[in-house]
Unconditional design. Structure first.
Length: 278
């Protein structure tokens, strides 16, 4: 595993990874090192064929306060081309996360400002606490949410994105659920229990089928009904039906038993009880 300092990557024996933002003393604010290490960690996740899905979380009170103040101060003294290199690095992070082959779940508590909101938008699903605070804060300091904007618009829609990018209003976890940024939000006291339930639910599913479904939904995009899309969808269901996990899932359903991937994760869960959680 690559040596990382601002993030942590843990692999659960049941077959999923947890990627932790680990600058709690700085409220997990992004700097150049963290962005680079997130890219490296995602490369490690992409290369690990054992993984079913990934959870991304923040250590401490906050998911992420956005950009690090010292990093922003440094950026203000850089020329256009150097700032362009920084923007390309951030874009690589966002695009790599959005295109990760396995499902991704963002888990949000405390503050999620600026680029952190982009990170959440790149994930397939997100949950948070009711009192979490979100903000596209860039215009307050004379900037724009440029690199993250395609992902934010996809997550919450153009109208809501215009409002929150132009006003820099803060909004709660409850509001984030209303506009589609969060799938669900929960009281802080029961949040860890709910996270475990989401993980258990994802572990019930065929790893290959989740990957195939993610590819399928990416291809469908805005849902334009073209002949090419029809052929793609026809081929997708045919491929998954004849795949090993597709065959196993159908047999298990007809024979009224648990499929092999559920038995495997149950065995791993038993061994995991003997080990402390990170």
């Amino acid at each position: 595993m690559t040596d990382l300092h601002t993030v942590e990557l843990h692999t659960d024996p049941r077959g999923f990874a947890t990627l932790w933002l680990n600058r709690a003393d700085k409220n997990n604010a992004f700097n150049a090192q963290m962005i680079r290490e997130l890219i490296i960690a995602l490369d490690d996740v992409q290369a690990d064929t054992r993984l079913r899905f990934m959870v991304i979380r923040g250590r401490g009170k906050h998911f992420s306060a956005g950009a690090d103040l010292a990093w922003m101060q440094q950026s203000a003294n850089l020329d256009y081309n150097t700032n362009l290199d920084d923007a390309r690095e951030l874009a690589e992070l966002m695009y790599n996360l959005a295109k990760l082959k396995i499902p991704t779940l963002a888990v949000v508590q405390g503050a999620a400002y600026g680029g952190a909101l982009g990170l959440i938008s790149c994930c397939d699903m997100a949950i948070g606490t009711e009192d979490a605070q979100f903000c596209l804060s860039e215009v307050r300091i004379g900037l724009a949410p440029a690199v993250i904007s395609p992902f934010v618009v996809q997550a919450i829609g153009e109208r809501a994105a215009r409002r929150y990018a132009l006003t820099a209003e803060r909004f709660s976890g409850l509001r984030a659920r209303e506009i589609g940024l969060l799938a669900e939000c929960y009281p802080a006291a029961e949040f860890e229990q709910q996270i475990d339930q989401w993980i258990d639910t994802l572990l019930l599913n065929s790893p290959q089928a989740m990957r195939a479904s993610k590819d399928l939904l990416r291809e469908v995009g805005n849902g334009a009904l073209t002949p090419a899309l029809r052929r793609y969808c026809e081929n997708a269901i045919a491929r998954i039906r004849v795949s090993p996990e597709g065959q196993e899932g159908l047999r298990a359903f007809l024979e009224k038993r648990a499929p092999a991937w559920q038995s495997e994760q149950a065995d791993a869960a038993q061994s995991n009880k003997k080990e402390p959680r990170p």
